[in-house]
Design a protein around this ligand. Structure first.
Ligand SMILES: [Zn+2]
Length: 248
């Protein structure tokens, strides 16, 4: 295991969600000694506020959580939860940059966990996307049983609903009374044409035997036809450009 860079953290300068500076280091020491459920629970709500915001202590804790995560599922889930929120406005860019080595280590750990075919496969998949700084896909990707994406046609700007699920894989115009009308079948990307994040996502899902996930990804990174102007566009590109979070 590579050396992690937590020795640079000055715990007197990082705050948790309650504005405290002294509890998180104590709690980390407790969970490092033993798997203390009470300490894990307090760490959870001190590092992530109401399941949404993350504060400086969260990023400062990442290297130690990652080191623990090799043997602790709680540590793995908490580190993943912090990283999933790293795209928000937290003002902790320096601390996050200090986590680079730990995050690289975390990616290896998550990949090994994915290869064990875990029951929390999708959550681990989403954590991995966050650890790859693909916060956008980490935040919106579902399991493709009943997923909808809304975007504007790049040519005529009409709002197009993209459905990828058991109910069908199509582009449509959503009508409040009639449902999804004027449906057009999506055109999935042939796997060999995928690149970048789409390729990684598809290959990883195939490797894990998650055919529905792999199929959904091929459609998400494929093409759709606009039901109004019939122009054809790349779904992932349009959805990403419309919804990309403010980068850090
Ligand atoms: Zn159009």
């Amino acid at each position: 295991m590579g050396r992690l860079n937590d020795q640079v953290v000055n715990w007197t300068q990082v705050h948790d969600c309650y504005g405290d500076i002294d509890r998180v280091p104590v709690l980390l020491e407790r969970v490092e000694l033993e798997d203390d459920a009470e300490a894990w629970e307090e760490l959870g709500y001190r590092l992530i506020l109401e399941d949404d915001l993350v504060f400086s202590a969260g990023f400062a804790a990442v290297p130690r959580l990652v080191r623990l995560a090799w043997k602790s599922a709680r540590a793995r889930r908490l580190a993943g939860a912090i990283l999933r929120r790293a795209a928000g406005h937290h003002g902790c860019d320096d601390l996050l940059a200090d986590c680079d080595d730990a995050i690289a280590e975390f990616r290896k750990l998550l990949d090994r966990h994915l290869q064990s075919r875990p029951t929390d496969y999708l959550a681990t998949f989403l954590d991995t996307l966050a650890a790859k700084e693909e916060y956008h896909w980490s935040a919106v990707l579902g399991d493709f049983t009943d997923d909808f994406y809304h975007l504007a046609c790049p040519h005529c700007a009409v709002e197009v609903t993209i459905a990828i699920g058991h109910h069908g894989r199509y582009s449509a115009i959503r009508d409040w009374h009639l449902g999804d009308v004027n449906r057009r079948s999506l055109r999935p990307a042939p796997p060999e044409t995928l690149s970048g994040t789409g390729r990684w996502m598809h290959e990883t899902a195939v490797r894990g035997g998650h055919e529905a996930l792999a199929g959904g990804i091929a459609h998400l990174f494929g093409k759709a036809e606009c039901p109004r102007c019939t122009s054809v566009f790349n779904i992932a590109d349009e959805y990403t450009s419309a919804n990309r979070p403010v980068s850090r």
